[in-house]
Design a protein. Structure first.
Length: 393
C-alpha cells in the first residue's frame, strides 16, 4: 500500500465526483465535445500543465514535465457520449434528450483529471514527462478519434514511449481491476451487401431473379466462414445485423441489402474473412443469375497489449491497492476500442476498472440506465498516478 497516494486520492474525491456529474449533465457526441474539452483544458492549466487544444477538432493534450529529463508516458481518456435517452432518475441526469454518457466516458475524463491533479504535485520527483490525452469520438466508428489524433502528432514532440488506456465496466465489482496480456479486444469491420435481381409477378417466378431468395443463400453460406473456414482456436465472428428487400408480399423483389460486422484478432484472419465474404457473395449471385456487390470497411484494428506495460500496470495496482485487487482476464473481449490505434504505434497497456456498486445490480455499457459507483473515481486516479510514477522511475 502507498498511504501518501491514497491520501492524495481521498483529498480529491468530492472534486472528481463533481467533475463527473457536470460532464454527465452536459453530454456531447463525437467531435462535438467542445464544452468537455474546455473543462479539461481549464483544469489542466490550473495545475500549471502545458495545454494544446482543438487537436483534430476537440482533442486536448496536457504535458506535465518532470524535474529531470526522461521517458514520456501518455494516458488516454475518451470524452464522447452516446445518442441515448437517459432513463436514470438521478440529480445529475443528462439535460439533453437523446444524449447520454452511457459508456462511462464522463468517468474517464474525471479519472484522468484526477491523475493530473495528483501527478502535478509530484513533478519534482518525476524523471521524464506525462501526456494527458483527452480524446474525442471513441464511439464514432469506423475510424474513431484516436486515428485522427495520431495523425495530428499527439504521439510526437516529445515522442511517447508507452501509453495507458482504461475503461469502466459496470459488471465488475468496484475495487477490482482487470488486466490481460497480449490480445485484449477485437478488430471491428463493417460490410454492406447489395444484391440486384429481377423483380416480377409471384405467379411467374421463372421470369424473375428473386433477390430475397438469393439473400437467404448468402446468409446461410456466410455462417460457414467461422464454423468451417477459420481455426476454431483463433476467435472470429461474422454477424449479420440487418436485411432489407422487397416492397410487397405479392411482388418478387429485385433488390436486397444485407449489413453486418466482422470481428477478428489478427490481420491474417481479418483479410481472410473479407475475401471470403466477397467470394461467397459473388459465386452465389453468379450461380443464381443475380448481381452482388460487397462494400467492406475496415474499422478499429485489434487491441494488442504490450506484456511489459501490462506487467507494470499489474505491479503498480497491486502495490497501491493490494494484490487482491488485480484479476486476469481469461479471454479477450470481442468488442472493439479505437485505443487499438495507439497500440499499433507504441507499447500500450489497456485495463479495466470495475464500477459495480457493492451488492447492487448493474446495467451494461450503452444501456439507457447505465451508471457506475462514483467511489471508483479517486482510486482510479491513484492507480494511474502510481503506474506513471513507477514507469518514470
Amino acid at each position: 500500500m502507498n498511504p501518501q497516494l491514497l491520501q492524495a486520492g481521498e483529498a480529491i474525491t468530492k472534486q472528481l465526483i463533481d467533475i463527473r456529474r457536470d460532464i454527465h449533465m452536459h453530454p456531447e457526441l463525437g467531435m462535438e465535445e467542445y464544452r468537455t474539452a474546455r473543462l479539461a483544458a481549464e483544469h489542466l492549466r490550473s495545475l500549471d500543465i502545458e495545454v494544446e487544444e482543438e487537436i483534430s477538432g476537440t482533442g486536448v493534450v496536457g504535458l506535465l514535465k518532470g524535474k529531470t529529463p526522461g521517458k514520456t508516458i501518455a494516458i488516454r481518456g475518451d470524452m464522447d457520449a452516446l445518442a441515448v435517452d437517459e432513463e436514470n432518475d438521478v440529480p445529475y441526469k443528462s439535460r439533453f434528450p437523446g444524449k447520454m454518457h452511457a459508456c462511462g466516458h464522463d468517468g474517464h475524463v474525471a479519472i484522468l483529471l484526477g491523475a493530473a491533479m495528483i501527478l502535478s504535485k509530484m513533478r519534482d520527483s518525476l524523471k521524464g514527462q506525462v501526456k494527458f490525452i483527452f480524446q474525442p469520438a471513441e464511439e464514432k466508428g469506423p475510424d474513431g478519434g484516436a486515428k485522427f489524433l495520431i495523425k495530428a502528432g499527439v504521439l510526437k514532440e516529445p515522442d511517447v514511449d508507452a501509453i495507458i488506456g482504461f475503461h469502466i465496466f459496470p459488471h465488475i465489482p468496484a475495487g477490482q481491476y482487470m488486466v490481460r496480456y497480449g490480445k485484449m479486444m477485437a478488430a471491428s469491420d463493417t460490410f454492406q451487401i447489395a444484391i440486384k435481381g429481377k423483380g416480377g409477378h409471384p405467379g411467374l417466378p421463372h421470369q424473375t431473379v428473386d433477390a430475397v431468395v438469393v439473400s437467404g443463400y448468402i446468409i446461410t453460406s456466410l455462417q460457414t466462414i467461422v464454423s468451417r473456414n477459420t481455426n476454431p482456436l483463433e476467435p472470429s465472428v461474422v454477424t449479420l445485423g440487418t436485411i432489407n428487400g422487397g416492397t410487397r408480399h405479392n411482388i418478387i423483389a429485385d433488390k436486397a441489402e444485407i449489413k453486418g460486422t466482422a470481428r477478428t484478432f489478427t490481420e491474417t484472419s481479418r483479410t481472410f474473412v473479407e475475401e471470403k465474404i466477397k467470394a461467397l457473395v459473388q459465386s452465389i449471385c453468379q450461380g443464381m443469375g443475380a448481381e452482388g456487390e460487397v462494400n467492406y470497411q475496415n474499422g478499429y484494428p485489434h487491441l494488442e497489449n504490450d506484456d511489459q506495460v501490462v506487467q507494470l500496470i499489474e505491479s503498480s495496482i497491486k502495490d497501491v491497492m493490494g494484490p487482491e485487487a488485480v484479476f486476469h482476464m481469461e479471454q479477450p473481449v470481442m468488442g472493439s476500442e479505437d485505443f487499438a490505434y495507439f497500440s499499433h504505434h507504441v507499447p500500450s497497456g489497456y485495463f479495466i476498472i470495475g464500477g459495480k456498486a457493492d451488492g447492487g445490480g448493474f446495467h451494461p455499457n450503452h444501456h439507457p440506465k447505465f451508471n457506475f459507483d462514483e467511489g471508483i473515481l479517486s482510486p482510479g486516479a491513484v492507480v494511474l498516478s502510481k503506474i506513471v510514477s513507477d514507469y518514470l522511475k
